[in-house]
Design a protein around this ligand. Structure first.
Ligand SMILES: *Cc1c(COP(=O)(O)O)cnc(C)c1O
Length: 408
């Protein structure tokens, strides 16, 4: 798949899918002006205690603790609840719980739907800290975890499901290796086995509508594109069915999980520009991915919208757009040390974890990944690129200089 121009002619239109959210995101969560006028954005209200005019009034609020009424800041705050409404609408769900990080969104959701004696199936490509949570804390509380290949077909999935499988978790595309998963198939298998399907939908925010594909619980690291400016840590868990909301809301209250008002406010603000940021970042990333495929130093580009990427057909079937994060695998003969020297020498790409902000980043991925099924690992030196809002020609020039200087 080295002919970049060919992909341009026949490939998907990248960056336009995000435009369908532009109007919604620009208006969602805004203040309705009253007669005396009001600011466009809602104010931040910070608080722990909520005071009432009488004990009776307070107790009346307490009766709604599993809904969104407030008696205490740990149960949420007005900005958090506004953000929850926007995320629920964006994901096509009915209810959202915002929590203090994307990882907390994964762990709170797992704790809400698992109990001692249950079995959990994780995709081998799952976000590393989710794997660590399952093998650490969930194991200590009597939940058994095993890993299925992200591309498992029906027979392979069936072989991994046990009588006590209560949750099948999915993440699509997978962290670092970008396998797109067949979510409708996994949903059918999960529901047939009496299990629930939880999806980490961080990469696909908006571009993958989880509930139309059979997902029960959709998780987002709002830290990434929704907040979008590398200055917030926040997560969300969205469900559609009332019984899932009961279980999730109960877990959030029992765990004291909530989102700080300022972080929720910054995320609401970030969402206003998410469609235009993502349109640009997706386009630039796709252009760089196509160009990198044609470079002799590159063996393989892991970007779901490239026909050579595992799961391309599923991406085309189920997603309306791509985001700006992808992987690059160098040809054999380029050492890890040479790649690291190249990454260190880039001027416009920061070196760091996380993604979804306005700035470009790179991160080595070879050597540090854990997989139970070894065929999922990159063979050569590999790194991940998060494409920011810089001029794409400048980014290409920086990468060109880096690749030209690589020692073979
Ligand atoms: C970053 C990330 C998380 C965790 O989000 P934090 O807010 O950083 O805790 C979870 N899942 C995926 C896929 C991520 O990329």
């Amino acid at each position: 798949m080295r002919n970049g121009t060919k992909h341009m002619e026949t490939g998907p239109v990248i960056g336009e899918g995000w435009q369908k959210f532009a109007t919604f995101l620009t208006h969602a969560g805004r203040q309705a002006p009253d007669q005396s006028g009001s600011f466009v954005n809602m104010p931040v209200e910070r608080g722990s205690t909520v005071v009432f005019p009488s004990v009776e009034a307070m107790e009346a609020q307490g009766e709604h603790a599993y809904g969104h009424r407030l008696v205490y800041g740990a149960m949420g705050n007005p900005v958090q609840h506004r953000l929850e409404q926007v995320i629920a609408a964006l994901e096509g769900g009915a209810h959202t719980q915002v929590v203090n990080s994307g990882l907390a969104a994964c762990s709170v959701a797992l704790l809400a739907f698992l109990k001692a004696g249950d079995h959990l199936l994780l995709p081998d490509s799952v976000y590393g800290p989710t794997r660590r949570f399952a093998l650490g804390m969930l194991a200590r509380f009597g939940v058994e975890t095993s890993f299925y290949p992200p591309h498992a077909d029906e027979a392979t999935l069936r072989a991994h499901i046990k009588p006590n499988t209560a949750v099948i978790f999915a993440e699509s595309p997978g962290s670092h290796t970008f396998e797109v998963q067949d979510i409708p198939l996994i949903a059918r298998m999960a529901h047939g086995a009496g299990a629930r399907l939880l999806l980490d939908n961080t990469w696909g925010i908006g571009a993958f509508q989880p509930f139309t594909h059979g997902v029960d619980v959709s998780i987002q690291a709002l830290t990434k594109y929704p907040s979008g400016h590398a200055d917030v840590i926040l997560g969300s868990i969205t469900v559609q069915r009332p019984e899932h909301w009961q279980a999730l809301r109960r877990a959030a209250i029992e765990l004291g999980a909530c989102g700080a008002p300022d972080d929720c406010w910054l995320t609401l603000r970030g969402l206003k520009t998410m469609a235009v940021r993502l349109s640009q970042q997706a386009r630039s990333a796709y252009e760089l991915a196509l160009w990198l495929e044609s470079r002799p130093e590159v063996a393989y580009v892991r970007h779901p919208a490239l026909p050579g990427c595992p799961g391309y057909a599923l991406w085309k079937r189920d997603f309306t757009d791509a985001s700006g994060l992808f992987g690059v695998e160098l040809v054999e003969g380029i050492t890890q040390d040479a790649m690291i020297a190249m990454l260190n020498g880039l001027n416009l790409f920061g070196i760091g974890v996380s993604w979804g902000g306005y700035e470009s980043l790179v991160l080595p991925t070879s050597g540090g990944l854990t997989r139970s099924h070894k065929d999922g690992l990159p063979k050569g030196a590999a790194f991940r690129i998060q494409v920011g809002l810089e001029n794409v020609a400048d980014l290409k020039a920086d990468l060109t200089r880096g690749l030209d200087g690589l020692k073979r």
